[in-house]
Design a protein around this ligand. Sequence first.
Ligand SMILES: [Zn+2]
Length: 324
Amino acid sequence: MQRVLKDDYIHGGTQKDLYEEKDKEACTCPLCGSDEFKQIDEERGLGIANCLNCNLLYTNPTAVNADKNYFGESDTIYNEARLIFKGRKKHHRDRNYIYEVNKIRKLKPNGKLLDIGTNMGFFLRKAREAGFEVEGVEPSPSLSKIAEREWGMKIYNSFLQELDLPEKSYDVITMVDVFEHVINPQEMLKSCYSLLKDDGVLAIKVPNGAYNKVKMKLAKRLGKKGVMDIWDSYEHVVHYTYPTMKHLVAEHGFIVKSFFVPLPIHSPEWARLVGHYYQYPSPFIFSWKKIMMRRLFFWMGKLERIFGRKTRYSPDLFFLLQKA
Ligand SMILES: [Zn+2]
């Protein structure tokens, strides 16, 4: 079954079916600055580059304003999650968020937590329920307004770098499914370092670029045609792997204190059926093949960890970092 796609389609914000020259821009490697790369894949007119110098996978060319195209229109976004705000439905990632907050609590059981890219605050509310004193940063005016209004949280409507927050004031900083959207990860890590207390924890969850590469190869071998959005390159500008993330954070004075394979995401499938990206969990039967595949890779990712490899099969990576 095909997702409902028109010229531009609504998926939170506005993304295009195909990016033409005017809609995209070339960039250099966000990790090492090199402009030497090999293109390994193509998606909607955007490229997936493998840096020949540091091995980072990144989108090149990227969509123009790739870090803003999810901003979205307030009423549409609110309606996608209306029943969650009213307490009548769960969010499809609640289970994931609770698992992740518990992992953070093993290193830092409570304190002041800043969530960057907080969207409508679904992760943040689980952190608050676990006892953290929470604040969020969300550049989208519509999303930040909804999070503030619906959950009564302090949300800064801004990019982090444009804020003037006090140094060494947070026990935990989180970026859950956010860091892959960040166009200048170097600047972001520098800000996080200065905002975090000396014994603070920086928690970063990203999709695994190495897993995307496995999926890409599998799709090519099976002769699959058409856009599959394996890389979500219209908004994901970097595709981190365990080694490239470790390399990047080390340059900014962080060490990997703990690492785990996050629980698989049970994607909401309502969009395929009704043309709208609902945030609610969908019945198992809607997408059982995808769910089983994700579970399989989750366990393969866990097994890889047991045998000491880090890590090709885990769909996502979760890093808990501290100052070196
Ligand atoms: Zn590079």
